[in-house]
Design a protein around this ligand. Sequence first.
Ligand code: N2P
Length: 379
Amino acid sequence: MKHRLAALLFGGLVATLLPGLLGGSEPARAQERAQDAEKVLNVYNWSDYIDPYAVARFTQETGIRVRYDVYDSLETLEGKLSAGRSGYDIIVPTSEPTFSRLVRSGALMPLDRSKIPNWGNQDATLLNRVETSDPGNKFGAIYLWGTVGLAIRPDLVARYAPDAPTDSLDLLMKPENARRLARCGIAIMDSGIDVLPSVLRWLGKDPNSADAGDLRAAEQALLAIRPSVRAITASSNILDALATGEYCVALTYSGDVIQAAGRAEEAGKGVKISYIAPKEGAQLWFDMMAIPADAPHPEAAMAFINYILQPKIMADITNHTRYPNGVPASRPMVEEAVRFDTNVYPSQVQIERMFTTTALTATVERARSRSWSRFKAGR
Ligand code: N2P
């Protein structure tokens, strides 16, 4: 999908550059350049997280050219933003911990709702929910949401660990299961921020625990399965590798697994993949569209947010990415197979069993990141 998107955007770029290459007087060209500077939007979004045609249509409708970069972990996004002056107009941080931290540190521009008439299309209950990260919903519009859970290849799991449960993180986290599944391949996404809360929850601890002993227990549990883990790698790599049948168990984001399952089915090689939200309680997260305080093109950014919040566009994005959105009027346009898949749209009962993360102090964040590095290194 990344390549298709690149092709589309590159097509747009050629269209913009061509008139310049064909000549024109110097003042006219200078004027064009000035206009061009206005007509650009720099987007930094998660990988495999949009319908590329939605981006192309935005450019067609507004004349605003989109430069589109991707990241595949909150760690990468935070690293890029930490130096300031990222040059991005739109970023899509998860409500906790990244978005709330950006809100508190003044790194975001307040959204001008008079420029976002589609604001009211958002689900009021969901908006309410993310208010804990952004009181008054001043800085972010809901993009997509989802859970953290397991991709499994049911046939391989049945072959290598027939007695292991397939509805629980026990499948991955119990060393006797991991040892057997090592033969068909285990992967874990490389994000301490988005993996440690689920491990803490599996241990029966508070996923937001600031306690050093709890964190040690999570690290020990991960180290105990470390020899059985084939890859701790970017979530985007896991999506691609799952689709070609590389792993039999992977811990990653819900929609990524469902996208991989779809690609594997299309490939027709008999690779079947299922998604499991662990019964101990899966992490529920919300990704927010936000504008950095120093964004070079804030007007274009507000126009983009308004464009995305249209029911039809949101439906296209959900159909493409297999992640639910926050615009209820999009639902009738979401394909039935997606709309009625409780791995995409969990039921109210399922949601009640899920947990959300909260902000941690910088000290706890650092301790978690050190734990994660030790897990990766295997010591
Ligand atoms: C997209 C992963 C997205 C979501 N590939 C994490 N919040």
